[in-house]
Design a protein around this ligand. Structure first.
Ligand SMILES: Nc1ncnc2c1ncn2[C@@H]1O[C@H](COP(=O)(O)OP(=O)(O)OP(=O)(O)O)[C@@H](O)[C@H]1O
Ligand SMILES: [Mg+2]
Length: 371
């Protein structure tokens, strides 16, 4: 949870200070006023990448040449608010990060303090796009719930896969294939450990997800989710890696292992299962992903007693009024800190009970005011 945030040089926002509500924050204003830029600032200081393109440098205000975001964030043991800061100059390659005034090079340290879930106009694409997006969903939970066991393994896996990919690209004769095998052993060893953690997380998450789906999505399909570990689990990963070696050399990358894990969203009927993205509408897909993120925050809360921060940008995209109400009210019931953008504040205020502690901020040409 954030108590105070100061934003300088993020897109059109030159200087702004917000003291948000612990519950609902509505960021209103005309197109191009700077609503998304505020959510982007929270996303950047939460250690996630740039809200849209993934690059912080694109967020730096053209005229200022640097950005700085500082916030007072609830500590992990919830005993106090701690100062966190991130700044980035056009002229420097890396951002500067400080937690309680102490410099750190690890962006992941910010992410540990600020568990943020975001829902944007493109959220429905999680079901349509490549496995990378759904793996990202899964690994959000792995990072925040099983952090100490998962994160070091995940870093080791990235390194091992990169090294194997580099080695694959260097192979010019079949005699050199032996040089790949040490990486195969390592990828198998780490993948098996990551698989156990992901499977355990998924098994706890799935029933919560079905519960949330029942409340949120009344679309009448029998949606099933399943976890794919990244290789055919009826076979040994080592065998799969060695069988796919010719294909991997041709493609220049490693085609199986925990780095290829996925969550399958499928619609089940008497004829069998079909990819949900082939059946559901965009609005239904967006609701399904919202349900998944809400389920993740419920599990996160039950494991850590901490709450997530939800950033809802352009919620009305693809959703009708009834579904917008349902999503916002589910998040309020969860007691999360919510930041929602809306051109007109009343479009959100009329959907929530007046007893909810809401703050409305109006943004005009990058200037932010509390109403
Ligand atoms: N690096 C930058 N420096 C300065 N201004 C920028 C930069 N990048 C984007 N902008 C501008 O910042 C303004 C605010 O953008 P933002 O996406 O926050 O608007 P918004 O209020 O969310 O609008 P919409 O309602 O259309 O979603 C836009 O006019 C955009 O062109
Ligand atoms: Mg916007």
């Amino acid at each position: 949870m954030i108590k105070k945030i100061r934003i300088s040089g993020v897109r059109c926002i030159k200087n702004a200070i917000l003291e948000p509500s612990e519950k609902l924050n509505i960021i209103s204003g005309a197109n191009g006023s700077g609503k998304t830029s505020i959510l982007e600032s929270i996303n950047i200081i939460s250690g996630m990448k740039h809200f849209k393109s993934g690059k912080i440098i694109d967020s730096i205000n053209h005229n200022m040449g640097y950005l700085q975001i500082t916030a007072d964030a609830l500590s992990m043991n919830k005993s106090s608010y701690i100062p966190i800061a991130i700044s980035r100059k056009n002229s420097c390659k890396k951002p500067e990060i400080k937690i309680k005034g102490v410099a750190t090079s690890m962006v992941s340290n910010l992410a540990t303090i600020m568990p943020v879930q975001k829902i944007t106009a493109n959220t429905f694409q999680f079901l349509e796009s490549s496995s990378k997006f759904r793996r990202g969903l899964l690994d959000w939970g792995m990072f925040h719930v099983k952090h100490s066991s998962f994160f070091p393994l995940w870093q080791q896996l990235q390194k091992a896969v990169n090294q194997r990919n580099i080695a694959l690209k260097k192979i010019i004769s079949s005699k050199q294939i032996n040089e790949i095998f040490p990486w195969d052993f390592l990828i198998e060893k780490i993948s098996l450990q990551i698989d156990l953690l992901r499977q355990a997380y998924f098994d706890e998450l799935a029933p919560i997800f079905y519960d949330v789906m029942n409340n949120l999505c009344g679309y009448g399909y029998n949606l099933k989710i399943s976890y794919f570990c990244g290789w055919d689990n009826k076979r040994k990963l080592m065998e799969e890696l060695q069988n796919s070696i010719t294909k991997d050399i041709n493609q220049g990358y490693t085609s199986c292992g925990a780095h290829k894990a996925d969550i399958l969203f499928e619609i089940e009927n008497i004829k069998g299962r079909k990819k949900a993205s082939c059946v559901l509408s965009r609005g239904e897909m967006k609701l399904t992903v919202c349900a998944f993120k809400i389920a993740q925050s419920i599990l996160f809360n039950s494991k850590t007693s901490r709450k997530c921060i939800f950033l809802l940008d352009d919620l009305p995209a693809e959703l009708d009024k009834n579904n917008i109400d349902k999503v916002i009210n589910s998040l309020i019931t969860l007691d999360s800190q919510v930041f929602v953008t809306s051109i007109e504040a009343k479009d959100v205020t009329k959907t929530v009970s007046s007893s909810v502690a809401a703050k409305v901020f109006v943004v005009k040409k990058g200037n932010v005011q509390l109403t």
